[in-house]
Ligand binder design. Structure first.
Ligand SMILES: [Zn+2]
Ligand SMILES: [Zn+2]
Length: 318
């Protein structure tokens, strides 16, 4: 039997990047400590913050809510509110919505659900079927969903009076995003990727990613050991081929170079701090239709809704 590096109990997992064997209880504590260190290192949360936690009901977001709730006992004044975006995707969102509801209520954290339908007038199923029917689905469904979900989360965070919006991006998500930005030579987006996104507009709730230093594999394990419900339905639209390629590449690299994903995070931190002079380019305007922050005159969400509304009204010129 392999023993835990810290307490000599039976080890249940091994961390290739640090060489540690850990028992269940030392593993859980170590993940929580690591999240606390990330929060401190990047000044993600302050004592007086009201934190909207984006909870989709998947393993990452349920883990985030559970850990923040534990840490919050140390940050006495920090207030947590769980917010869930219901995109309106049949046979996918129903189960995770229930999980979000049940975990939030078990932790006694207030929970609010915001739907695309109510906010924007369309379910995501309708958005995609309209775009497909008119041959307008040039990008992957994930990118349209991302546009609407980002907008919805900002609206939700403002609605609950939050001063920060916490999302559950993990080390794998972040490393993939950094590499994708590099491969697209997209430096504006590269500068926007990181553990915290500042208040770059009066109507923008700053975003923080407390799980950014936790590998996906450890989140799965944390959720499992914490008896969090496991979302089994997969999104019918998930088909981000670019991300899938990058994910496979990084996972392969990691087999022989266990620290590679952390190194990607480090180099991105470095680049961001060196290129802060470019940050002025990140200044945002106010969308002329909805008043949300945007880089153009009209935000991406309103641009998409305009197309959908014109199709529905039969006024769209082709
Ligand atoms: Zn131990
Ligand atoms: Zn807008």
């Amino acid at each position: 039997m392999t023993k835990c590096f810290y307490c000599r109990n039976q080890a249940v997992t091994f961390r290739p990047y640090s060489g540690e064997y850990l028992c269940k209880s030392c593993f859980l504590k170590s993940v929580e400590r690591k999240v606390q260190r990330t929060i401190n290192k990047y000044s993600l949360l302050e004592e007086t913050d009201i934190v909207a936690v984006a909870v989709s009901g998947g393993k990452d977001s349920l883990t985030l809510l559970t850990i923040l709730n534990k840490l919050e006992r140390h940050f006495h004044e920090t207030k947590l509110i769980a917010v869930t975006i219901d995109e309106g995707i049949k046979n996918y969102r129903e189960e995770s919505l229930k999980f979000a509801e049940s975990v939030a209520s078990k932790l006694k954290i207030p929970h609010k659900v915001y739907s695309f339908k109510k906010l924007f007038g369309y379910d995501f199923d309708e958005v995609i079927s309209i775009l497909r029917e008119h041959g307008l689905d040039e990008s992957s469904p994930c990118s349209y969903c991302g546009i609407l979900r980002r907008a919805a989360l900002n609206i939700a965070a403002k609605d609950v009076g939050a001063t920060k919006l916490a999302t559950a991006h993990n080390l794998d998500d972040e490393a993939q995003t950094v590499i994708m930005n590099f491969l697209r030579a997209d430096y504006i987006r590269a500068l926007r990727t990181g553990p915290r996104l500042e208040k770059i507009h009066a109507g923008f709730i700053p975003r923080v990613k407390p799980l950014i230093e936790i590998p996906e594999r450890e989140i799965i394990l944390y959720a499992y050991f914490s008896n969090l419900p496991l979302h089994t339905q997969t999104c019918p639209y998930a088909q981000d081929a670019f991300r899938n390629d990058v994910r496979a590449f990084l996972n392969k690299m990691e087999l022989t170079r266990p620290e590679v994903k952390y190194n990607i995070l480090r180099i991105n931190d470095r680049l961001r701090s060196v290129y802060t002079c470019l940050e002025r380019e990140l200044d945002l305007n106010t969308c002329i239709v909805c008043g949300e922050p945007t880089a153009q005159e009209l935000c991406k969400k309103c641009e998409l809704l305009k197309i959908l509304d014109e199709i529905r009204a039969g006024t769209r010129k082709t």
